[in-house]
Structure formats: structure tokens, C-alpha cells
Design a protein around this ligand. Structure first.
Ligand code: CAA
Length: 291
């Protein structure tokens, strides 16, 4: 854990709502940095999946010699699991990382407000929805902020902190310090679909899909061009498989609706692949196939 700025608040218990790829990764980040984490999922199946994700990810770190087995056990021991939002009553910082549905997120935020202490900070990891709209579910929207991690959360250093017009400056300072404390690099931006990174990234990804769709080049060559020509760690189609084609489609669609910029009009094949259940790594098939 990096040392914390002295004039900012010390958070103790972190709540994570939703233990999918992002939520489980976020839980790992906080637990790895010594925080107690309470992970909440809808049902036992969701919890089992989240727990498995955490076990696999930390086991990989053990096998690479980055974590000892004892540290892995300590890390996992800091995370408790529940299917009830009421178990977040002790949490002073809650990150919501459920599906990208405004209704679902608003319902969770409204419920959270009744559970947590008045001074707890409520964050959403949304990548495309309006943080301001999510915060309207709360009587105290000043404590609501966007905290956008990148996939895989334990690896990617960036966290975008999204302020709405009513987010309290104090909350922004405290969350920025917390993000630094877990070793991530915070950047602050306003509440516009795509924030900084996705606005810049998704036009490029969408263009790669159009190139593939138009049979201009093979998937391997499109990816190789950006890896070996531009030094990107992954090619665009590989990255889309990692992000999840459903998530990518939603992000593009929201950015397109807001900006009407053709760059973000989702390539038709993306929608077709989503409809066919080819969501990328998580379903074993996307632009590539996975074991
Ligand atoms: N969970 C946890 N750790 C992981 C991981 C995962 N899913 N995948 C890889 N890692 C770790 C590995 O354990 C390894 O750790 P150490 O260096 O400590 O040993 C490290 O990451 C590198 O992994 P690998 O050697 O297996 O593979 P790699 O070098 O090819 O890196 C990668 C894999 C980190 C995913 C890299 O290819 C990369 O950075 N790709 C780009 C990812 C990216 O752009 N993410 C942003 C997507 S956009 C987004 O997330 C925003 C949104 O709203 C959708």
C-alpha cells in the first residue's frame, strides 16, 4: 500500500457490488493492498464465479512468484462474500460493478443509501452510463463518483475518477488519494460517455472491426500490425475479446447516441456476434476461439 496524503480520509472497509470480471478484479486490488473487502453478488452462483475468479487470478500470481501461498491466503482471507447488500453496512467506500443497466444501477444505489453510513462514498465502475443519472437515485448525490478501472483491473494502472456537477470536492480528493494508495494512477474527468480513455480507444477498435468485416485483412494481420508496428500489448481484435464484445457494443452504442459521431456507430458485425453469443474470452469465442 502506498502512503496516504495526511489530510485525506482513511477508508477501512471496501464494498464491491458485482463480482464479474471487473468487480472481482477490483476486490483483488483492494484486498492486495490490505483493505477488508465485502463482495456482494445477486446469488450463490454469482458468488461462486467471483470467488473462482479471485482464486484463479491470485493463483496465477503465486505461480509467477509474485505472491507467496501465505500471502495469497491472507489476501483471500480479507474478502468476505455475501448475497445481501445489508452486509455492506460497515463499508465506508462502495464500488458498484454490475451490468451496464441504468435501472439496475439506480436500484442498487437507492438501496445502498439506506444501508451505509451517511459519510460513506458510493462509486460506480460504469464505463458508459451517466454517473450523474445513477446519482439521482440518491438523496445525497454529492457523495457519488465514478471510479473506472481498466481490464484486467489488477494489472492496468489507470483509474478514471469521474466527477458530476454535484460531486463534493472533498469526495474527489479522498477518492483520488485512495486510488493512489492502492498503487493506481488517477485521472479526473467530467461525466461524458467514454470518459477519457474509451473515447480515444473505441473509435480505433470500431475501425478495426470494420476492417475485419470488410475482409480488408485477416484478424491476425490487423492485430499484428498494431502490436508490431505500434507497440500495443494486444491487437484491437484481441483486446475486444478481452473487454467482451457485449460490453464493447454497449460502450460504442452509448457514445454514438450521445455524440452522433460516425466513428462510434457500432460495426454491424459486432451486434451480430453479440446476438450469436460470441462475446470473446468469457464465452470461449469472439474474434478468436479460446479453450
Ligand atoms: N487478471 C490478473 N492478472 C493478469 C490477468 C488477469 N486477467 N491477465 C494478465 N495478468 C497479469 C499476469 O499475471 C502478469 O503479471 P506479472 O507481470 O506480475 O507476472 C501480467 O499481467 C502480464 O501477463 P502475461 O505475461 O500473461 O501476458 P501479457 O504480457 O500478454 O499481458 C495483458 C496481458 C496485461 C492483458 C496485456 O496484454 C495488456 O495490457 N493488454 C491491454 C489491455 C488493455 O488495453 N486494457 C484496457 C481495456 S479497455 C477497458 O478496460 C475499459 C473499459 O471500460 C472496457
Amino acid at each position: 500500500m502506498t502512503e496516504q496524503a495526511s489530510d485525506t480520509r482513511t477508508f477501512q472497509t471496501i464494498g464491491v457490488v458485482g463480482l464479474g470480471t471487473m468487480g472481482a478484479g477490483i476486490a483483488e486490488v483492494f484486498a492486495r493492498n490490505g483493505f477488508s473487502v465485502v463482495g456482494v453478488e445477486l446469488n450463490d452462483e454469482g458468488l461462486a464465479r467471483g470467488r473462482q475468479h479471485l482464486e484463479n487470478s491470485t493463483a496465477r500470481a503465486v505461480s509467477r512468484g509474485k505472491l507467496s501461498e501465505e500471502e495469497q491466503a491472507e489476501l483471500l482471507g480479507r474478502i468476505s462474500f455475501s448475497t445481501h447488500l445489508e452486509d455492506l453496512r460497515e463499508a465506508d467506500f462502495v464500488v458498484e460493478a454490475v451490468v451496464e443497466s441504468l435501472e439496475t444501477k439506480k436500484a442498487i444505489f437507492a438501496e445502498l443509501e439506506a444501508v451505509v453510513a451517511p459519510e460513506a462514498v458510493l462509486a460506480t465502475n460504469t464505463s458508459s452510463l451517466s454517473v450523474t443519472e445513477i446519482s439521482t437515485a440518491n438523496a445525497h448525490p454529492g457523495r457519488v463518483v465514478g471510479v473506472h478501472f481498466f481490464n484486467p483491473a489488477p494489472v492496468q494502472d489507470l483509474v478514471e475518477i469521474v466527477r458530476t456537477v454535484v460531486t463534493e470536492p472533498r469526495v474527489l480528493d479522498d477518492v483520488t488519494a485512495l486510488v493512489r494508495q492502492v498503487g493506481k494512477h488517477p485521472v479526473v474527468c467530467g461525466d461524458k460517455a467514454g470518459f477519457i480513455a474509451n473515447t480515444l480507444l473505441f473509435g480505433y477498435l470500431n475501425h478495426a472491426v470494420s476492417m475485419f468485416e470488410g475482409k480488408y485483412a485477416s484478424r491476425e494481420d490487423i492485430d499484428a500490425a498494431m502490436r508490431f508496428g505500434c507497440g500495443y500489448p494486444m491487437g484491437p481484435l484481441q483486446l475486444l475479446d478481452l473487454i467482451g464484445l457485449d460490453t464493447a457494443y454497449e460502450i460504442l452504442e452509448t457514445m454514438y447516441r450521445q455524440g452522433r459521431d460516425r466513428l462510434h456507430a457500432p460495426s454491424p458485425i459486432l451486434k451480430q456476434m453479440v446476438t450469436a453469443g460470441m462475446l470473446g474470452r468469457k464465452t470461449g469465442r469472439g474474434f478468436y476461439t479460446y479453450d
